[in-house]
Design a binder for this molecule. Sequence first.
Ligand code: MLT
Length: 391
Amino acid sequence: MHINENYRNLKESYLFSNIAKKVSEYSAAHPQAKLIRMGIGDVTLPLPKATVDAMVEAAREMGKRETFRGYGPEQGYGFLKESIAAYYARRGVMLDEHEIFVSDGAKSDLGNILDLFTEENVALIPDPVYPAYVDTNIMAGRRVLYMEANEGNGFLPLPDYAVDADIIYLCSPNNPTGAVYGKAALSAWVEYAHAKSAVIFFDAAYEAFIADPSLPRSIYEIPGAKSCAVEFCSFSKIAGFTGTRCGYTVVPKGIMNGELNRMWLHRQTTKFNGVPYIVQRGAAAALTEEGFGQCMANISYYKENARIMAEALESLSIWFTGGKNSPYIWLRCPNGSKSWDFFDTLLKEANVVGTPGAGFGNNGEGYFRLTAFGNREATVEAMERIKELLG
Ligand code: MLT
């Protein structure tokens, strides 16, 4: 047998596994330390009540002969696809139900969609960015070009026509920087994608955190995007589904006269058996008026955490961005520290866990990400500890 040697080109382990390992080693050596975790962007509030009620009801249905269900449609039940289409329609974006594919999350789909593209394609990926984009391309042996995201461009790079790329990754609101593209900038990317016959992978996992109504929450708010962009979204950060698992991908029929949509359907029906009925009922409930209100109440709670974090950093005169339209705060490491050094200092001296910016790419060196997904008491306590350490 011959293994996929591209795996040898990956870093030793995935960023968040690496952090988890370091933290568990530290914890084992210092069992008395009261660690506060602001590293991986994992939610802490329980699921919205409407979602729980819907899942309990769905579980009951599964326990009765008359309402039991076996395999569902691989691309998702009609009731959830209709709810997702209505969610977009409320923002003026009209989607055909057959363009929506329900899955177990955006991360899986972002990796799986690469099945549809040969390894000759060149991927254009912002630096810094969510590490799964880069690693999934390295696994396939694809060439990756980076676009510089930095303080100078507000961590929102624009197209450079001198660069030829086939697959363009955009994440807005951005993980890790919290920066959000405006309509003009996204239009520039759509224009570039058309000029280069490229496809855009638009990761909208954090769209519900956008507070400013002038900022686009979907790339399909941009004219021309339906013939060049695939959008990935998830219930993880919106409805607290990180452990429940449900997301969706929109593959418009406008791309290559519907061929990409047909290929994705073929791929999903061949390699995927769908998301559990119970989970899909929970996801649909999160998009009802009642459920979405509960989701937004949770998001407001996290945003208040972000405000508390921002206030603490301001009091320390530490430069940062994000937090207003995103659950992430991206800060410049104090005293010119390197990201991993600051990670160690914060872990050892304040027992606070964050994510080193360097883990998101070379341009992340010297920066650090904190998440606002913690509980209130822990967030306040972490900021007190940071102020004591750095003040
Ligand atoms: C993060 O911390 O960047 C996210 O939780 C990762 C993810 O959504 O998979």
